[in-house]
Design a protein. Sequence first.
Length: 200
Amino acid sequence: MPYQVHPVTPTDAPGLANTMMSAFYTDQHWLVDTDTGEIVGYSRYILPEECKEMQWLEAQVGEPSTEEKKVFEERWRSVTEEGRMRGLNYGHLEEFGPELERVEEGIMKEGGPYVSVDYMTTHPSRQRNGVASLMLEEALRKIDRAGLKAIVMSHPAGRKMYEDHGFEHVQTVTQADSKYGSTEPFVHYFLVRHPLGGRR
């Protein structure tokens, strides 16, 4: 099936939610199947603050219309209480999140600036078809042109794909989360990539 990278618009929210939730509960740019129009992948990147080397306007999500904003706010209120998603285990996030943030911040202080691969997901029905690679390659071309480094925090399933694109493993964080019902430890790999053409 042919795929194509597209910028995200607010009207893509239902397809993005389906892809992201489906992908992460089996273990921002999005990718579209050009035959069906189906959203099959999504990636999001965080540029360094005050980044003069890289302008990526097509990756920025446009401002929603007044009507779209109203609909999104109503939907948000329908699934949250006091700004928190109902049913989401915040204990898990609050316990594990700070250590992951500390490790990432420590790596990024050593010789940045970095573009962060903040989110990368492929719908399970399209995994192992090059969807994530296509999205990542599109981003890396821009990152390399700007001469910037990239960083990603990867689950075990994604590590090889990042290494295949030039990322190098720098640190592993393993957290025991059996009290939250998991039979396996919570493992994240931190990987960095230097721009092609030399280290910055």
